[in-house]
Design a protein around this ligand. Structure first.
Ligand code: AHM
Ligand code: MG
Length: 346
């Protein structure tokens, strides 16, 4: 079909969203939330692009609630994301990897949707101009969950109410996506009807649809793990890793690729197949990545593309967080590759 398509016939993210709304896939509020997220991503893309010029590299000097150095751009991106979401007037609660607790949006601006996000993931790459990304997930308010707390009479603060409404399993996600700041700026989105990829056209500042209904290959010969932690891994995981290095029937072992930026490593895995892993180890017994902001949204996306997201034993989307910054081991990518590591870990 593309050969007969006029090159002027572009589908932008805006028109795509309006089509989804017309078809009843998403409601008007969701359209507005997603449009405001895409605006935030465009702003962050511009900041990342110019970071070395505008002196935005380096650390802020603060340490976030999880004990990590915040980069200047972590802090600014968080503000950009929060402000875009608040001013959309369609979000009720927002929770960010960079904030201690979820925030209730001021009533006069507030709407229904709950948005979780990591405004600038992989920011340790920023100073070397290597890929980074923003990750987000959108939930409906969890009334059932709130009612439970009200009945028990333990709902004593707005803050607690926010925590409860945010702590939902990934299987409740209505939408999830990420934006990758790389050689191209890529916005990947699912609203539960497959995975759509948009590329920012810098000539006129619009995201343009470049791939639809993406399917991840069933298997793939690329693995992305931080193998520097090998000595700290469980024996079963070491055996799995060793097995990838055995040349199989093809005479060729797997290839190693690791950017250290989940969005970048995930995007490659989505398109080429293979596996990304961040295991637990002797030092971090739940791994490094956050269930709410990183693992659940990526798992929703990968499942929508026919892949799999697991903690090594169970489906990521089935895990209900008990804390907002909860960490979980992650194995994500092609179905056969994730099942292979699960077998070794069983
Ligand atoms: P961040 O949210 O503090 O940026 O950390 C998350 C990042 C992921 O993007 C990446 O996959 C991982 O941390 C890399 O960790 P490591 O440097 O331990 O390999
Ligand atoms: Mg992160």
């Amino acid at each position: 079909t593309s050969s007969t398509k006029s090159s002027y016939e572009l589908v932008t993210l805006t028109t795509w969203l309006l089509k989804q709304e017309q078809a009843g896939v998403i409601d008007n509020e969701m359209t507005i939330v997603l449009a405001s997220i895409s605006t935030a991503c465009k702003q962050i893309a511009a900041l990342v692009l110019r970071a070395p010029i505008s002196n935005l590299t380096g650390v802020q000097g603060a340490v976030n609630v999880q004990g990590e150095d915040q980069k200047k751009l972590d802090v600014i991106s968080n503000e950009v994301f929060s402000n875009c979401l608040k001013s959309s007037g369609r979000t009720g609660v927002i929770a960010s990897e960079e904030e201690d607790v979820p925030v209730a949006v001021e009533q006069s601006y507030s709407g229904n949707y709950i948005v979780v996000f990591d405004p600038l993931d992989g920011s340790s790459n920023i100073d070397a101009a290597v890929s980074t990304g923003s990750i987000f997930g959108i939930y409906a308010p969890n009334d059932e969950c709130l009612a439970d707390v009200e009945d028990n009479g333990t709902l004593d603060s707005v803050e607690q109410r926010c925590v409860v409404s945010v702590c939902q399993p990934g299987s409740n996600l209505l939408a999830a996506g990420y934006c990758m700041y790389s050689s191209s700026v890529i916005f990947v989105l699912t609203v539960g009807t497959g995975v759509y990829v948009f590329t920012l056209d810098p000539m006129y500042g619009e995201f343009v649809l470049t791939q639809e209904k993406v399917q991840i290959p069933k298997a793939g010969k690329i693995y992305a793990f931080n193998e520097g932690n090998y000595a700290l891994w469980d024996d079963k995981l070491k055996q799995y890793m060793d097995s990838l290095k055995e040349p199989g029937d093809s005479g060729k072992p797997y290839s190693a690729r690791y950017i250290g930026s989940l969005v970048g490593d995930f995007h490659r895995t989505l398109l080429y197949g293979g596996i990304y892993g961040y295991p637990r180890d002797k030092k971090s017994k739940n791994g490094k990545l956050r269930l709410l902001y990183e693992c659940a949204p990526m798992s929703f996306i990968v499942e929508q593309a026919g892949g799999k997201g697991s903690d090594g034993h169970q489906r990521i989307l089935d895990i209900t967080p008990t804390e907002i910054h909860q960490r979980v081991p992650l194995y994500i990518g092609s179905v056969e590759e994730v099942e292979k590591v699960e077998k070794f870990l069983a």
